[in-house]
Write a protein that binds this ligand. Structure first.
Ligand SMILES: Nc1ncnc2c1ncn2[C@@H]1O[C@H](COP(=O)(O)OP(=O)(O)OP(=O)(O)O)[C@@H](O)[C@H]1O
Length: 345
């Protein structure tokens, strides 16, 4: 069990985490979800005594990591896929970790098989792709057959088979009664893997719940209707108690006179019958579910430290005629607006 109790840490003047508390229970995968810079890594690194907190404490099976006699059997961690010495082979890297921690060499072979890197055992870690490096990090984490796993964005750089494998490893360890704490900024990934959910934004815990409860709470059914008669549609829907209608901004190849709406609070069949009876013309009529990713983004909106913008949202500097400026005064977005994806730090 991993217990995070009232952890706070400020770097310089900036609080990275502020009074963070939650428990990753045995036998469950706990998804630790938050946008970039939310404080996930700081929390995990504090639990592993790599960051000293200003306040609070983190306990693994009731013990402080820094005071553990046999840390590798208590907790395995995947923090940085490129942590192995570049000029060492994967095998030598794992052997030296095993030796330092009193783990038999036979376990090195086992974890290489489990993580699928046995074939590249003699290759230098520096030549590994990001995905292979991530597998090597996992091999190191599993060496001590740990009772707990702390995994910081473990699917980064993995191919679909690797992503599925991480999911299976997490589920397998949880099924054995161990605690798995898994960070991600992708709700879709966490929803497929985790039982419990801790959502963090700007260093503060925003929600602790279970994945199934989050799905139940946030999966709202809506009906998308496209019609050339928006006034008639609005008039019909507003007569229905509990129904509400909003314009749907996703205008995918609509005829000019058509408008798209999202309608909630009314069963699909009731609405279909009503619109047919009233003779409202429809070009499109279908049920949609708000995706979990949308619900999560709505929850953490405003909590992201680094937000990307689409090229259209980035203000264009006024074009002054000169070298490289098209003759008609247009500016080239890619050149003038920087990286439209933003995001990194
Ligand atoms: N060693 C450090 N020195 C200064 N600031 C730091 C340090 N480590 C983290 N921070 C800052 O603390 C905040 C939280 O960062 P953290 O890495 O914990 O977030 P995160 O949720 O893991 O983000 P990401 O998903 O991008 O990895 C950020 O503002 C970050 O810049």
């Amino acid at each position: 069990m991993i217990e995070i109790r009232h952890l706070s840490k400020t770097f310089g003047r900036k609080p990275a985490i502020d009074d963070v508390s939650f428990v990753a229970e045995d036998g469950r995968v706990t998804g630790f979800l938050g946008p970039n810079g939310a404080g996930k890594s700081t929390t995990m690194r504090t639990a592993l005594a790599l960051v000293r907190p200003d306040r609070g404490q983190a306990l693994i099976d009731g013990e402080n990591f820094a005071r553990m006699r046999s840390p590798m059997t208590a907790v395995g961690s995947v923090l940085n896929p490129r942590s192995a010495h570049k000029s060492r082979s994967a095998y030598d890297h794992l052997c030296s970790l095993a030796q330092m921690n009193g783990i038999p060499e036979s376990r090195v072979k086992e974890v290489m098989d489990i993580t699928g890197i046995a074939q590249v055992a003699k290759k230098k870690a520096g030549t590994f792709s990001l995905g292979m490096s991530q597998r090597l990090s996992f091999a190191a984490a599993l060496l001590g057959d740990p009772r707990n796993l702390i995994l910081d964005e473990p699917v980064n750089g993995l191919d679909p088979e690797g992503v599925k494998w991480v999911r299976e490893i997490c589920r397998y360890y949880a099924s054995q009664g161990r605690a798995v704490l898994l960070s991600s900024h992708l709700m879709s990934e966490v929803a497929l893997t985790a039982d419990d959910l801790v959502i963090i934004g700007k260093g503060k815990i925003m929600e602790t719940t279970t994945v199934s409860h989050f799905i139940e709470e946030h999966s709202i059914d809506s009906i998308r209707v496209v019609t050339p008669q928006p006034d008639r549609l609005t008039a019909v829907v507003t007569t229905m108690a509990g129904a509400s209608l909003q314009p749907d901004p996703r205008r995918t190849d609509l005829p000019e006179q058509a408008r798209a709406f999202r309608i909630t609070g009314i069963p699909l069949t009731t609405l279909a019958d009503l619109l047919a009876r009233e003779g409202v013309v429809m070009y499109e009529f279908r049920q949609e579910q708000v995706s979990l990713e949308d619900a999560y983004l709505a929850l953490t909106h405003g909590e992201a430290e680094y937000r990307s913008r689409t090229p259209g949202e980035v203000p264009r500097p006024l074009a002054s005629p000169g070298r490289g400026t098209p003759a008609d005064g247009r500016t080239a977005i890619g050149r003038t607006a920087g990286n439209p994806m933003g995001g990194g730090r």
